[in-house]
Design a protein around this ligand. Structure first.
Ligand code: ZN
Length: 125
């Protein structure tokens, strides 16, 4: 745009226009175009900067998306939420009839599980 206006100015000078009202008008228009070109250039710089910001924000959103994705995955894999019953066996207390969940790991420890309600040994003596 700038070069086109410079070309227009050169053309006007080259034509050796008479200093009349028409020429004044043409110069005024060329000045006006110059000012517009400056403003458009500044605007383009601003738009570039905004586009950069938007790219950055998009990057942030992508990161957040990833984090949220991980969080949701974590939640889905949380054994307390979904696989709770798979990790526990249920035993009925011989003393009070309470159904007690015992996870397989503590069974393998050869611990003597007791009923949380009446403290009787679940598997007797
Ligand atoms: Zn009991």
């Amino acid at each position: 745009m700038k070069t086109k206006i410079a070309y227009l100015r050169g053309l006007m000078e080259g034509m050796q226009l008479p200093e009349d009202n028409n020429t004044k008008l043409l110069r005024a228009i060329a000045d006006c175009l110059d000012a517009m070109a400056d403003e458009i250039e500044a605007e383009e710089t601003r738009v570039d900067m905004i586009e950069g910001d938007i790219d950055e924000i998009n990057g942030d959103i992508d990161e957040l998306d990833e984090i949220v994705g991980f969080l949701i995955e974590d939640e889905e894999e949380d054994p307390d939420e979904t696989d709770w019953e798979d990790d526990f066996d249920f035993y009925t207390c011989p003393n009070c009839g309470e159904v007690v969940p015992i996870d397989e790991e503590s069974l393998n420890d050869e611990a003597d599980p007791i009923c949380p309600k009446c403290n009787a040994k679940l598997f007797g003596d």
